[in-house]
Design a protein around this ligand. Sequence first.
Ligand SMILES: CC(C)(COP(=O)(O)OP(=O)(O)OC[C@H]1O[C@@H](n2cnc3c(N)ncnc32)[C@H](O)[C@@H]1OP(=O)(O)O)[C@@H](O)C(=O)NCCC(=O)NCCS
Length: 172
Amino acid sequence: MRVVVADPVHYASVKRVLVDAFGGDDEASLVDELRAAGDAAVELVALDDQGRVAGHVMFSNLRIECDGGAEGAVALAPLAVRLDCRNQGAGGLLVTHGLDACRQLGKVAAVVLGDPGYYGRFGFSGDATQGFSCVFEGPYLQALELAPGALQRGQGRLIYARAFDRFSDVSP
Ligand SMILES: CC(C)(COP(=O)(O)OP(=O)(O)OC[C@H]1O[C@@H](n2cnc3c(N)ncnc32)[C@H](O)[C@@H]1OP(=O)(O)O)[C@@H](O)C(=O)NCCC(=O)NCCS
């Protein structure tokens, strides 16, 4: 299994992986909208031994608004691995490579909405979101600092890219 930057040549396969993994096309549409809006910060695919898309992850631009100003962070979503390729480390590779790439872009933190049982292994925690308001608040909201101290500045807001409005209660 190897991980590479997603390219338009992968997009049709990515869509199939997402629709199969989530049982609908909401996540595939989300990815399309993030790309179209220029909000895709890091997008990676895992390729199997035959070079076929085995998994995909998107990290999109997310703004952290604090008293001191705004910082560039990322939202990890969606993450999906082909059913026949699961439990072979593809998901972990996509997350860790993606976080490294986001760090290199200067992103100060990553936020995810997902199962703490899975994302905790990468260092994400609900505690790291303390003091931040977000339309997706709840036990599944977790964060990870990519720059030391980035999430320790007190009160603030986590603002997802517009494409996520479809998943929140505040969508028009
Ligand atoms: C979640 C997902 C991306 C993991 O991909 P993967 O390639 O199988 O992951 P890895 O091989 O890196 O890790 C597998 C480990 O994660 C665990 N795991 C997988 N999903 C989990 C979950 N929801 N909660 C807790 N642990 C989970 C597995 O039990 C396995 O544990 P082990 O290492 O102790 O054996 C994949 O199961 C998937 O595509 N699921 C459907 C889509 C989805 O739910 N995406 C996440 C949305 S937040």
